[in-house]
Design a protein. Structure first.
Length: 169
């Protein structure tokens, strides 16, 4: 008998008995009211009390057949949905492959254009270097010609120097 054992008896093994809790120590405990389960209603939507209970329960074979038919239809629907999903995925992958091919072609064309521009740029640099060299040479020639033109009139008007006299024979 439990009533003969003291609350602190180790055989009980219940540490809550040592604390001596009462429902008044926990105000939430007083507010707790167990709820009753939801009432069962008919799935047919008819609440006619005069209806015969035998009509409400289908024959076990018939209910199994209805459930099996629903399962079969659901399975067919799921297979069809999975097939459509696979087809969508396949179309999506095919579109991605086409895009990859188009991007590869565009990338190749852009690389070819870039190589052409590099080649053209190198040609222009070479030509620019050649033109600068030619300009430097032409400026040197012009400077030499200008020096000669400046010195030539001075040489013809200077009779003091006998070596500058030009004889006409």
């Amino acid at each position: 008998m439990l009533s003969t054992l003291p609350a602190s008896d180790p055989l009980l093994g219940n540490s809550f008995l040592d604390a001596a809790f009462t429902p008044w120590d926990f105000p939430d405990f007083l507010a707790f009211k167990p709820t009753s389960p939801n009432p069962v209603t008919s799935s047919s939507g008819s609440d006619d009390p005069n209806r015969n209970h035998a009509e409400e329960k289908p024959v076990p074979d018939e209910s199994n057949r209805v459930v099996d038919e629903r399962k079969r239809r659901r399975m067919i629907s799921n297979r069809e949905s999975a097939r459509r999903s696979r087809m969508r995925k396949q179309r999506h992958l095919e579109n991605l492959r086409n895009q990859v091919n188009l991007f590869r072609i565009e990338n190749r064309e852009l690389n070819n254009g870039l190589q052409f521009l590099h080649h053209h740029c190198n040609r222009v640099r070479t030509e620019n270097h050649w033109l600068r060299s030619e300009r430097t040479m032409l400026l040197q020639k012009l400077s030499y010609i200008n020096q000669n033109l400046v010195l030539q009139p001075l040489q013809s008007f200077s009779p003091a120097w006998p070596c500058n006299v030009v004889t006409t024979e």
